[in-house]
Design a protein around this ligand. Structure first.
Ligand code: IMP
Length: 437
């Protein structure tokens, strides 16, 4: 039943360029579905020279006739979503209940979540996680607590919302005052603001799980759009320097309300190098002129926060782990053009702790924080490759690099991306057709 579905996930620490790949696959999908994370994500799509930075709205919004779904698994910030909808409309993109559906069961990011995120990070000082300050962790914490959670459905009943917000704010204010000496939040004002968001969003609020299961029964193709990257997964990532949701393909069924078989073909997106924002171990990091060069050429600054990203060589050990975890059927290797001009390119092929090689990749193992990268050197290529449209157009060094990644990760590189534009895409060993009848 899922032969036509596809799940696009990041296999590194986020910012892999999933937006461009989802955009390409959205052309053949009837539904594009976000299932994890929230406005901490930043997906950039460039269409006809126009750059769109999306945080909460699925990338399929840029395609006519595609249903875009914000699944139950999201930490949904209505203020950000409405800003994004307004900005899209201003640029001539139609957004309404015909093409955007928000799960009634998604949890809402409330002002106290953003406050808690900021206050907690400040209090942690050097030990901070380096979050995006979007309130994601505190929102999911309240989801797990249940009695202090607000869901999208709650925004639709202004009276009930006022009561709920008053009760929650009373507790939060006590906690914030005791822990951080913070000023109290105004529950009445918050309830009124969020009831207004509810009024504006109401036509788009839906039982999205039922909608997707009906689509599956009808054989309509779905593209699940991952947020963040697998190494930031709450269970399987480099804990505690992770985000707070299940971002791998394993998170799709729970976060969208579909059976596991609906995941379909899994496309794992990887940069040709590695980046990370926020704190935490990063064995292949190049905190030197190599990293600076990658950051400059790759414009490696956060879409959501503008923070400079930490940059390093491709870590095949970490990528093999995440590809195996989600059962990636094929890979999309993006930003290959950024590596042009290096005489030698390095790939991390194993990790070492205290001079001894470690087997595989175990982020939960105590030694991971001390892991050092062991590299294999490959010949680089001097030429710019942004004009290449076929694999054969790539210089020998670039072809060899892609071949080596296929071998190290044990799966085909379906797509190679050599620039942000839709046309700067090389179809290589992909088995996903651009369009299906
Ligand atoms: P949070 O998701 O805001 O709680 O942040 C937790 C960690 O995940 C931090 O290291 C963030 O920088 C990182 N993070 C969250 N979302 C993204 C993303 O979309 N791309 C890259 N890093 C992210």
């Amino acid at each position: 039943m899922s032969a036509r579905n596809v799940t696009v996930i990041g296999l590194q620490w986020g910012d892999e360029g999933k937006g461009k790949i989802v955009d390409a696959l959205a052309a053949r999908a009837k539904y594009v579905v976000r299932y994890c994370g929230g406005a901490n994500a930043g997906h950039t799509v460039t269409v006809g020279g126009e750059r769109y930075a999306l945080h909460l709205i699925p990338c399929g919004i840029l395609h006519a006739g595609v249903h875009n779904v914000v699944g139950n698994g999201l930490a949904f910030d209505p203020a950000t979503a409405l800003d994004e909808i307004d900005a899209l409309r201003e640029r001539g993109v139609a957004v309404d209940e015909r093409n955007l559906h928000v799960s009634a069961a998604a949890n809402v990011v409330m002002p106290w979540h953003k406050a808690a995120d900021r206050l907690s990070e400040t209090a942690l000082g050097d030990g901070k996680i380096g979050t995006t300050a979007r309130g994601i962790g505190p929102c999911y914490a309240d989801k797990a607590t249940r009695s202090t959670a607000v869901r999208v459905a709650d925004l639709l009943d202004a009276d009930a919302l006022a009561g709920k917000v008053a009760r929650i704010v009373e507790t939060k204010n006590k906690v914030f005052a005791a822990l951080y000496g913070a000023n109290p939040l105004d529950g009445g004002a918050i309830a009124a603001e969020y009831a207004d968001y509810g009024r504006r969003l109401a036509p788009m609020v839906a039982n999205t799980g039922a909608m997707l299961r009906a689509a599956i029964a009808a054989g309509e193709p779905i593209c699940f759009e991952g947020g963040q990257g697998s190494l930031l997964d709450i269970d399987h990532g480099t804990f505690p320097f992770v985000t707070s949701s299940s971002v791998t393909a394993c998170g799709v069924p729970a976060g969208a309300g579909v059976p596991p078989a609906a995941v379909g073909r899994v496309v794992g997106v990887l940069k040709a190098y590695t980046t990370r924002v926020g704190a935490g171990p990063f064995p292949a990091e190049q905190d030197n002129e190599i990293g600076d060069r990658i950051r400059d050429r790759g414009k490696e600054y956060g879409t959501t926060t503008g923070r400079p990203r930490r940059c390093g060589w491709f870590d095949a050990v970490a990528a093999r782990y995440t590809a195996d975890l989600s059962g990636a059927d094929e890979l999309a290797l993006v930003l290959l053009d950024v590596l042009s001009g290096f005489e030698t390119v390095r790939v991390c092929t194993s990790h070492r702790v205290g001079g001894r090689a470690v087997d595989g990749f175990d982020p939960a193992g105590g030694s991971f924080a001390a892991a050092e990268a062991v590299y294999e050197d490959l010949p680089g290529w001097g030429e710019e490759i942004t004009e290449a449209r076929r694999f054969e157009d790539l210089p020998e060094g670039a072809q060899g690099y892609v071949d080596r990644i296929e071998t190290l990760l044990g799966r085909p590189v379906g797509i190679v991306s050599v620039g942000p534009g839709r046309e700067q895409t090389i179809r290589h060993h992909t088995s996903i057709g651009e369009r299906q009848p």
